[in-house]
Design a protein around this ligand. Structure first.
Ligand code: ZN
Length: 355
């Protein structure tokens, strides 16, 4: 077993965005159920996170935004936007989620853990510089990437976002920044409406965003084909010193908001590939941060598969199962076409990825 640190905190269950909201406190019960089975497993350490500092938050967000979320701590309910509302505990939970992502980065950079999972809520990848969005208050993964650079001097960080929604906040924060490679697979069209193939980054960051918009109904094979033909070769070319995952579970076949058909095993297979990338160029450093996932059963089984894959001693073991799925179903031709188009978009910056 590899040393894996898992960060969670009871305050993350206290945040509620209102009765009937899909991003609900019970999601932490799914986390707790997975963690209960891992207590005492060799190599697994379950840790309380810590709060993000103002400095850590304001590397990604405006002071005005931080203050607005902070002000919600004194009120029963604060409605920020159509999808995002806070109760008295939301600020504390959001601060703990972002801070725990930074603590996880510290752990893998200092050698306390080889890999880490940040199992917190609220999620973060939709949060923009100056506003909440899509259930998200602070952009946890972006805060973590900035922390890795400021506190540990890393120059190349990769963020792979497999949440079914596009990670608009993360992409926008890093779009002109060649120090962070952002890769997103997402259902399209779907909220938030960004993440077209043509959005490859701007200025010095051109070529450092890879958006893979996917029609509904995509399968394990489709996702793994994109990893093997495109994402992993690109990551190897970039050679990140840290791999971050925006780990949402709403592309799971049971999810009520997404319309993808991923089985729980897809999350293990994607994790294995990213573990391999981290082992090759990042001295193993890999941190996954929980994003969405609104079927409690889908969240629980996907999370379990991810953590098991992170703890496994042989990350390469199941690296080539793409064309051997049960039923023999091959990759959708639309996905093959998308991979070709994406490669053409990236070629001026990276050369041929299939070479
Ligand atoms: Zn999502």
């Amino acid at each position: 077993m590899q040393p894996v640190g898992i960060y969670t905190d009871p305050v993350c269950r206290e945040h509620s965005a209102g009765v009937g909201h899909p991003e609900r406190p019970e999601r932490m019960d799914s986390v707790s159920s997975v963690l209960a089975d891992l207590v005492g497993e060799p190599g697994i350490t379950i840790l309380s996170g810590r709060d993000a500092s103002d400095e850590q938050i304001t590397r990604v967000h405006t002071v005005g935004h931080l203050d607005a979320v902070r002000a919600s701590a004194g009120r029963e309910v604060t409605v920020f936007d159509a999808d995002t509302a806070a109760n008295r505990h939301s600020f504390a939970a959001a601060l703990r989620a972002a801070g725990s992502a930074c603590a996880a980065v510290d752990a893998v950079c200092l050698g306390d853990s080889r890999r880490a999972f940040v199992a917190t809520r609220p999620p973060g990848h939709h949060a923009e510089r100056d506003r909440t969005m899509g259930f998200c208050f602070f952009n946890n993964v972006a805060v973590a990437a900035e922390h890795a650079r400021h506190a540990h001097g890393l120059e190349r960080v990769a963020v792979v976002d497999w949440d079914v929604h596009h990670g608009n906040g993360t992409m926008h924060h890093f779009s002109a920044d060649p120090g962070v490679l952002f890769v997103s697979l997402h259902q399209y069209p779907l909220f938030p409406g960004t993440g077209r193939l043509e959005e490859i980054g701007t200025d010095a960051g051109a070529g450092y965003s890879l958006n893979l918009p996917l029609s509904a109904g995509r399968t394990d094979n489709d996702y793994l084909y994109l990893f093997d033909s495109l994402i992993v070769p690109l990551l190897h070319r970039f050679a990140p010193q840290l791999v971050l995952i925006s780990a949402g579970y709403d592309a799971h076949e049971r999810d009520p908001l997404g319309s993808m058909l991923l089985t729980s095993g897809a999350f293990a297979a994607m994790t294995q590939r990213l573990v391999s990338v981290a082992e090759r160029s990042a001295a193993g450093r890999l941190v996954a941060v929980l994003e969405g996932g609104y079927s409690l059963a889908g969240l629980e089984s996907g999370l379990r598969e991810t953590i098991n894959a992170m703890a496994a001693p042989e990350p390469e073991a199941a690296a080539s199962a793409v064309h051997a799925a049960p039923g023999g179903r091959l990759v959708d031709s639309v996905v093959e076409e998308l991979a070709e188009q994406a490669e053409l978009q990236l070629e001026p910056f990276w050369g041929s990825l299939r070479a």
